[in-house]
Ligand binder design. Structure first.
Ligand code: ATP
Length: 306
């Protein structure tokens, strides 16, 4: 990968708040034109990371480069090519949608036509003359997105863009982001706490937990990682796992937080497993076939149980 293909790169990016390691040694590489979903549960460090990418929070240590520019205090020029939506980026409540966008347009030095285009893109034209403070949550979020992309940035940094949108709104925003990436080569870095929301949209998903990047994968890899397993309750789980490895050649076996075993095989292997465990004098209390979906995979990775 050449440096011109990398739109965001961080090296050892770290932010501590007292004893809290909000972000802990993050190495991220986001490529031009991709939609990268930064996925983590509440408190995982997503917002802090996005704020550091924007130069709004000073890292404790580590480096951030955005569109080839090192982000240090005062590095403002690059942000004319970046659009962002962060939690606190509220519109002026007493101004109308059109006035809010016009203000943003002038701040960003975009042409007059940008306001109408952004309203069309986000389906806000019918609300152009409504005050921002009176909009529904979904339309407020649309207005924030319109402000973020009004000046046609090369990079969009979006913190939980689906917040406040109903299912139809989520699909609409998903299509819009896909179109921006495919047709205009816009790079999108977005955070989410719901895997299903980004699974079909993102080119790449990075799972962040307690400030660290746990895994990165694309959708096909994700599919390959989720799948069927047997949830097994057994006395002496360690001995049981060893036995299943040696006698039946099973290699994907994980202990569960409840003291059982998760064996990644299809349900057809159940009887054979039961025979082997009981034959070795172990007590089998549970053997349940589970078809794991995306969300339970995510919860399992981030320690939330299935
Ligand atoms: P959420 O989806 O809930 O916003 P997040 O993944 O965006 O979560 P962050 O908001 O980045 O997570 O927070 C990461 C950790 O850092 C949390 O434990 C949070 O309490 C802590 N934290 C964030 N900002 C501050 C701050 N200004 N002062 C102290 N602690 C903070």
């Amino acid at each position: 990968m050449t440096s011109s293909d990398t739109v965001i790169s961080t090296a050892g990016l770290t932010k501590h708040y007292g004893d809290v390691r909000a972000v802990d040694g993050l190495d991220l590489h986001v490529r031009r034109g991709e939609i990268y979903a930064f996925l983590g549960r509440n408190g995982a460090g997503k917002t802090t990371t996005i704020r550091m990418l924007l130069g709004l929070v000073r890292p404790t240590s580590g480096r951030v480069t955005v569109l080839g520019t090192d982000i240090v205090p005062g590095a403002t020029a690059v942000f004319s090519r970046v659009g962002y939506l962060v939690e606190a980026a509220a519109a002026y409540p007493d101004l109308t949608v059109r006035e809010n966008l016009d203000l943003q347009r002038r701040l960003m030095g975009a042409g007059r036509e940008a306001v109408g285009e952004a309203m069309d893109l986000l389906g806000l034209s019918g609300s152009a003359d409504r005050r921002a403070g009176q909009l529904s949550l979904g339309n407020k979020q649309r207005l924030s997105l319109a402000r973020a992309l009004l000046h046609r940035p090369a990079l969009l940094l979006l913190d939980e863009p689906a917040n406040g949108l109903d299912p139809a709104g989520i699909i609409e925003v998903r299509r819009l982001l896909r179109r921006l990436a495919d047709e205009s080569g816009v790079t999108v870095f977005m955070s989410s706490h719901i895997l299903a929301e980004v699974a079909h949209l993102a080119d790449r998903i990075g799972i962040v937990h307690e400030g660290r990047l746990l895994q990165e994968f694309d959708y096909d890899e994700l599919r390959a990682r989720t799948g069927a397993y047997l949830d097994i309750g057994v006395s002496e789980p360690d001995r049981a796992a060893g036995l299943l490895r040696e006698q039946l050649g099973l290699d994907r076996i994980e202990p569960t937080p409840e003291g059982g075993l998760r064996v990644f095989v299809g349900p057809d292997r159940g009887p054979e497993i039961a025979r082997a465990l009981i034959g070795a004098g172990l007590d089998l209390t549970r053997l349940v076939p589970v078809q794991e979906d995306l969300e339970s995979y995510f919860m399992r990775l981030t320690g939330g149980g299935s």
